[in-house]
Design a protein around this ligand. Structure first.
Ligand SMILES: [Zn+2]
Length: 255
């Protein structure tokens, strides 16, 4: 018997994934995410509710708009699926709890931010700045507001210093301001203690995957690789593993 909380979260997650697609598509263009309703980006015809059912509609329509037959990006059903699976997994991991509400909020934000960063190279303020506030608000409820406030300031500050140094030594921009704000947001959600692990994980993943990507695509080494998805991955690692990572960190520091 599967926990009804997990089923409910899977279904809600699919719907949130559908809404997340709208955010990924419209936020970088500074368009409203509420009106107008969903419409085909090619022919502008409104999409009726029965053509807007997560994943299923994409399969029934064979990935094409009902009106103009324009291809629908595979990103739409994939984000819906990833979001549904993420929500179900988090429900299983945390159970029905306040931590679950926090985890669902954070992971949904991270999915949207990562996809926008991959598609446009941007991490819009309209998501990261409210994200910092929401992270601080959760800390009042679940964590330690002082740790979170230090986390937000340090998250921004550490990257700012790294970026300044990088610019000074290489004469070019390495990190974007969006990355500073995303790390500030993670610091607000988790407290400053999480930052070293998140930055380390994100950097390692960034170096490995970034090099593979450059090798595979033969791109010039200076082509910017978006760092947001790696920070997001680091955040998720901390979210799911902090109970094991925290003592590890403490023993390293005291050693
Ligand atoms: Zn169309």
């Amino acid at each position: 018997m599967i926990d009804p909380v997990i089923i409910a979260c899977a279904v809600f997650g699919l719907a949130v994934g559908s809404f997340a697609n709208v955010c990924v598509h419209r936020l970088p263009e500074k368009k409203s995410i509420i009106s107008p309703g969903s419409h085909c980006p090619a022919c502008n015809k409104p999409i009726s509710w029965h053509d807007n059912i997560p994943v299923i509609s994409f399969l029934l329509l064979k990935g094409r708009c009902r009106h103009c037959q324009a291809e629908i990006s595979l990103r739409y059903p994939l984000l819906e699926l990833f979001m549904g699976v993420s929500w179900a997994y988090l429900a299983w991991h945390f159970g029905l709890s306040a931590q679950l509400v926090m985890a669902l909020t954070l992971v949904s934000l991270l999915w949207i931010l990562s996809l926008i960063d991959l598609e446009t190279g941007l991490l819009p303020d309209v998501l990261t700045l409210p994200g910092i506030v929401v992270g601080l608000a959760f800390s009042l409820w679940l964590g330690n507001p002082v740790d979170s406030l230090i986390g937000a300031v340090a998250g921004y500050g550490v990257f700012w210093v790294v970026a300044r140094a990088f610019l000074l030594f290489t004469g070019r921009e390495g990190l974007g301001y969006g990355d500073f704000k995303l790390l500030a947001m993670l610091g607000a959600f988790f407290g400053w203690q999480a930052l070293p692990v998140i930055v380390l994980m994100a950097s390692l993943a960034g170096i490995v995957i970034g090099s593979l990507f450059l090798l595979a695509s033969g791109r010039h080494a200076r082509a910017p690789v978006p760092f947001g998805p790696f920070l997001a991955a680091g955040g998720v690692i901390w979210l799911l593993g902090w109970e094991y990572l925290m003592p590890l960190l403490a023993s390293l520091v005291s050693a």
